[in-house]
Design a protein. Structure first.
Length: 382
């Protein structure tokens, strides 16, 4: 079930109809369509569409950068579970379990925060730096990529940040691209995006390009699940997630949600290295399917926080144990926890996600050094 810190500012909705079946089939024949049956990625594709268990998937050609596309008015058919009704909201209000109690908040001074200068990155090396929440500075294939950048001190409906941003904006190298997982305020932050040059390439979910173009961005590429595009030799593929979207009172599921698989194109020094950025997601079948389509993931950036009360958030936010299980489903070699220790979004004690993910990782018997439980501001390279 969804969190309560949605975006309540109204925005215009696109009136574009969904693409026709004939158009989708023509795309597939040209090799430009997604790696599922074309009709399954348009309106009418269920959350389980294209699971493809036991099927070898041909790698489709990348979509053109910046193309203008037509989408269905709603992606509600992609939901893993229905959104909650009035009864669930009434129970949440009755229980009052929006935030941790005083005891849970006492851990704020212990939250790991260790800002440091960004390290130099050698050719063929992938480097990640955790700026906080779901914001990473990812350097791969010679590009600097920001994920869900939120440099604001606070977002709508939440207290101010518990930890400062790990890297000052002025200390960032030139940003070559930005990936957005979905339109919730703690992942799509308009004040942060306003700091970027309007020619910065943005990679966004289906249906979100109009929001970005209305704010002056000129190089916006929106993708459906399993579609990809390339920039500077790096492939950006949009993959499914167990989540939802909403940015105003009336626009639930009008845009898509998902994660991103980033990899260098064939022939580059770091071609074998793949980084999966999950964005925001609950646990479910998509992790296994992503792992089947992308064997050999080197690093999975997975959310571990904002999970309590469990009856309210189970469907859209993985807890620490589920995040470790997702890493195993993906077949990823390493895991870096995120989406915790920055904003107070739910009722678990603020230090609990870190404690639980470490314990869950230890139970797997995997090497301790493969759990990259970084402090905010810290970096690691592979």
């Amino acid at each position: 079930m969804p969190p309560v810190n949605g975006d309540f500012s109204m925005r215009d909705q696109t009136d574009a109809p969904s693409a026709s079946r004939a158009e989708a089939e023509a795309e597939a024949e040209a090799g430009a369509g997604p790696d599922v049956p074309p009709a399954a990625t348009r309106a009418g594709a269920g959350a389980g569409a294209g699971t493809g268990v036991g099927v070898r998937h041909a790698r489709p050609r990348p979509r053109p950068l910046g193309e203008h596309r037509l989408w269905p008015r709603s992606f509600a058919d992609r939901l893993t579970t229905p959104l909650p009704g009035l009864r669930a909201f009434a129970r949440l209000a009755r229980e009052g379990a929006f935030r941790p109690g005083p005891e849970g908040l006492r851990g704020i001074p212990d939250l790991p925060y260790a800002p440091a200068p960004l390290p130099a990155v050698a050719a063929g090396t992938v480097s990640v730096t955790w700026a906080g929440h779901a914001s990473w500075i990812l350097r791969i294939g010679g590009l600097t990529v920001l994920t869900d950048p939120v440099w604001s001190r606070r977002i709508l409906g939440t207290p101010a940040r518990m930890t400062p941003v790990g890297v000052r904006w002025e200390e960032l190298p030139p940003v070559d691209a930005v990936v957005i997982s979905h339109n919730h305020y703690d992942h799509l932050d308009a004040p942060t995006l306003k700091r970027l040059p309007r020619a910065t390439p943005l990679f966004v979910p289906a249906g979100l390009a109009r929001w970005c173009r209305r704010r002056g961005f000129t190089r916006v590429t929106e993708l459906d699940w399993w579609e990809s595009a390339e920039l500077g030799g790096v492939r950006f593929e949009f993959v499914p997630a167990h989540h939802w979207s909403k940015r105003s009172l009336m626009d639930a599921c009008r845009t898509l949600w998902g994660g991103w698989m980033l990899s260098a194109a064939e022939g580059r020094g770091d071609a074998a290295k793949k980084v999966y950025f999950a964005g925001d997601t609950g646990y479910g079948h998509w992790f296994g399917e992503i792992g089947r389509r992308h064997p050999g993931i080197d690093l999975a950036l997975l959310p571990i926080g904002a999970y309590a009360p469990r009856w309210w958030l189970r469907d859209v936010h993985a807890d620490p144990e589920e995040a470790v299980r997702a890493c195993l489903d993906l077949g990823a070699r390493r895991m870096a926890p995120m989406h915790w220790g920055t904003f107070v979004l739910s009722s678990e004690p603020v230090m609990e996600p870190l404690q639980r993910v470490r314990a869950a990782w230890a139970r797997t018997g995997l090497p301790r050094e493969h759990l990259w439980d970084l402090p905010v501001g810290a970096s690691r390279a592979l």
